[in-house]
Design a protein around this ligand. Structure first.
Ligand SMILES: NC(=O)c1ccc[n+]([C@@H]2O[C@H](COP(=O)([O-])OP(=O)(O)OC[C@H]3O[C@@H](n4cnc5c(N)ncnc54)[C@H](O)[C@@H]3O)[C@@H](O)[C@H]2O)c1
Length: 258
């Protein structure tokens, strides 16, 4: 039985990988979820090489049953669940008017429903920790603080995340289960490669120019790295943040102001 156990969804690359590596460094046994087994194996190997503990759980978190199986897997493998980071998400770059129905469904199912399933499946496991409770962290975005052109459906899901965080925090505080979100800015992950490429195609602008314009707007003068989010999540799930719940914070180097 591990001392502290975390699930991180979408952990095969980008922000999720950064969070998985960081929580393992903090002493968590980490269940690393994603859809591509080879990427998950790679992250688990990095964690083990650094002396940490982790295991893969491949599965598509848009389905409730996958979340149920993943929580059961964490309990079977490690004996408890302390932290659930619902990080998995996808973008779709298009005007609202022109977004195909299939893509609307994909973005809503993967970004929003997966977070609802996290909030439906993690609490029962965390209640087994008694007074220690647990911590659920959802991925929102600066696009969940202001609607972004060409990212309307995506923005809608990230606004919804903040609503879920507030309602779930109110429902779960009685069990000392805290619920919060991180709102990344312009994180230089494969997701931004995709967004930039789609903007280039749809708006007929040079490759790289959209990302650069956004990065130029950051007060701290550099694009964000996964570890910038991972450091915040490390704090958020720790005892240092045991009085923080129901919050969605911009961790963006200074783009959006609440
Ligand atoms: N990159 C940014 O600038 C940025 C900004 C704001 C918010 N975010 C949010 O942060 C989170 C992580 O973003 P990222 O930049 O690391 O993205 P990314 O595309 O680089 O990585 C996301 C990971 O999630 C996985 N994933 C996608 N759908 C999944 C599903 N249905 N089931 C399981 N795994 C799935 C992908 O395979 C991928 O490994 C997302 O929720 C994203 O919306 C990112």
């Amino acid at each position: 039985m591990a001392n502290k156990v975390a699930i991180v969804t979408g952990g095969g690359q980008g922000i999720g990988e950064g969070i998985a590596l960081r929580l393992a460094k903090d002493g968590y046994a980490v269940v690393v979820n994603g859809r591509t087994q080879s990427k998950l194996d790679n992250v688990v190997q990095k964690i083990k090489d650094a002396g940490g503990e982790a295991i893969t759980f491949a599965g598509d978190v848009q389905f409730k049953a996958v979340n149920e199986e993943m929580v059961a897997f964490a309990l079977k493998e490690y004996g408890r669940l302390d932290v659930f980071v619902a990080n998995a998400g996808i973008d779709w770059v298009d005007t609202i008017e022109e977004t195909p129905e299939q893509q609307v469904d994909n973005v809503l199912n993967i970004n929003l429903k997966s977070q609802i399933w996290a909030l439906q499946t993690a609490p029962a496991a965390m209640r087994q920790n008694g007074e220690q409770g647990g911590s659920i962290v959802l991925a929102s975005s600066i696009a969940g603080m202001e609607g972004f052109e060409m990212l309307g459906i995506y923005s809608a899901t990230k606004f919804a995340t903040r609503g879920l965080v507030q309602a779930a925090a109110k429902e779960l505080a009685v069990d000392n289960i805290r619920v919060n979100a991180y709102n990344p800015g312009i994180v230089l992950t494969p997701m931004w490669d995709e967004i930039d490429a789609r903007f280039a195609e749809r708006k007929n602008v040079p490759l790289g120019s959209t990302r650069q314009a956004f990065v130029d707007s950051i007060l701290l003068g550099r694009g964000e790295q996964p570890d910038d989010i991972a450091k915040y999540v490390s704090f958020l799930v720790s005892d240092q943040a045991d009085y923080i719940t129901g919050q969605s914070l911009a961790v963006d180097g200074g783009i959006k102001f609440q």
